[in-house]
Design a protein around this ligand. Sequence first.
Ligand code: AMP
Ligand code: GLY
Length: 427
Amino acid sequence: MKILLIGSGGREHALAWKLTQNPNVVLHSAPGNPGMGALGQLHPVNVDDIDGIKKLALAIKPDLVVIGPEIPLVMGLADVLRDEGILVFGPSKLAARIEGSKVFAKDFMIRHSLPTANYAVFYDEAETKTYLQSAAYPIVLKADGLAAGKGVVVCGKYSAAINALSTLAATQAGKKIIVEEFIAGDEVSFLGITDGKTILPLPSAQDHKTIYEEDRGPNTGGMGAYAPAPLVNEFLHNYIMENILQPAVDGLTVEGSPFVGVLYAGLMVSLSGPRLLEFNARFGDPETQAIMPLIKSDLAPVLLAAAKGDLEGQKLELSNRSAVSIVMSAEGYPGPFRQNDVIEGIEKANARKDVIVFQAGVGTLDGLPVTKGGRVLNVTAVGDTLRQAVDLAYTAVGDISFKGAHYRKDIGSKAFRGSPLSENTEV
Ligand code: AMP
Ligand code: GLY
């Protein structure tokens, strides 16, 4: 089975690692990274080069294309490939609006009675300012379009909201602004593989968005994740499936844009129940790096079945162990960051049982691995308990060094608190 995987991050390395556990899978990646290069052939075509990917796919003739990042999805890569008769795991351009337009997503949530935060949409900066003068704080401002994690600002007071507004409104993504009620609670990522009808839920996960410990500092693409999230007990799992994921998948199908791929619900679990903050139209990064090691089944036939609209009857066997992935980032990230520093110790860490080092922003210079992106490595460990996984992951992080390496030292610590919800909670 020939698979073409689109993307070059730690998420895609984790997918590549999982897919190639099936010895019949022949992997091609575009553009991929050195870690993915060890698992298959790399093709130097960027994720936003839709025509280039189409040409590559026509030349390779894959049995399946798996699209990792949101940009090609929102640009309509899945449609372009399907028009050529190629099977694709990833939503159409219309279905990907659930991530690509936050205004579309919020309106969709209301149309389908999905529990979400109250909000108002503004098209004009002056009107937004007037609204913000009498709003309750904290409040959340969101740009409508894709903004690489920079489109959401939680504002503690009016002056912060005005600053955030002028920054967001100056961007293409911020032509429409959502002003949203602030929800306090614990965040959870809940992902399901779907063919537009059936959903196979993946282990729940928790990301760590800010650069520093205790959720301080600016937001990043994600500094670490663990799975499953103990917060998501059986009650909450069932609630999310029945009241959020299934109605969302059904709603997209009813509206004429069936969703094929991974639907990712970003939730805030508040004391009055889970609230949907956002949808993503793809696997989460770094959640996927913690989720993949917990899937026991062969993933390739499941993704193929989803692409064919044939997921009913497929099973996804999950491990009862826990996994954690710690992001090692380059000095300066999420701002301008150091590059081209030699990375040492990847092999030493990888040689440990139950440790996998997924590569993200890694390049090669004179045959050596060097830092290239902001998030460089995702050091992942599996354990019988989350505590064991966390301890092992930090031991493995200790094997690795590069100049200016940064990582959060508290990945996983939130998990040991448990769920605030039970069957007696009114939601
Ligand atoms: P999003 O891209 O919508 O997930 O937003 C990015 C981050 O902003 C989330 O992961 C939350 O930490 C935070 N956030 C977004 N919406 C809200 C909200 N309504 N209340 C509190 N925090 C929020
Ligand atoms: N981990 C957050 C995201 O993938 O958007």
